[in-house]
Design a protein around this ligand. Sequence first.
Ligand code: S3P
Length: 172
Amino acid sequence: MRKIILLGYMGSGKSTIANSLSKNIKIPFVDLDKKIEEKTNLSINAIFEKHGEIYFRKLEHEVFLELLHSPDELIIGLGGGTPCYANNHELLKGEGVVSIYLKASIETLFQRLVVNKSKRPLIADKSEGEMKEFIAIHLFERSFYYNQAKYKLVVDGKTIDQTVADIMGFLA
Ligand code: S3P
């Protein structure tokens, strides 16, 4: 069954857009990070702290595969790093997969993340000054993977409804 996958940097709006899309097209939304938290009974922060990032990446890959192999039609919201590890970026191009990159500018991401970083271990301890440069470099490194998505959608300055309507256009 079809999998609609939303990907993009932290703060690009994956969960917000996926929730709204899910209500509009009546297909269940599964958030990969939430699924990992449920399975481990640990927060993402706690997984990074106790076991380290590599452990998290392995888990992330396993849970992503599980969701891809589920018999249900699903909307899957990835974590910001998911496409950049293991062969996850290749899976974005698989049969029955509609992958959509929510592309946000450094400025948009900075504005959103600077007020919302505590649950994100990769940026939680960064100062405002460090954050912009970090996002710029990190986004540059990750763009190769994000660009493997079938569709790319610029989200800057768009309302949730506009972005959801654009995605529904891809799915039609
Ligand atoms: C990460 C993004 C997070 C989460 C983890 C690592 C990343 O998800 O998976 O903190 O590597 O960019 P969000 O993109 O939902 O914040």
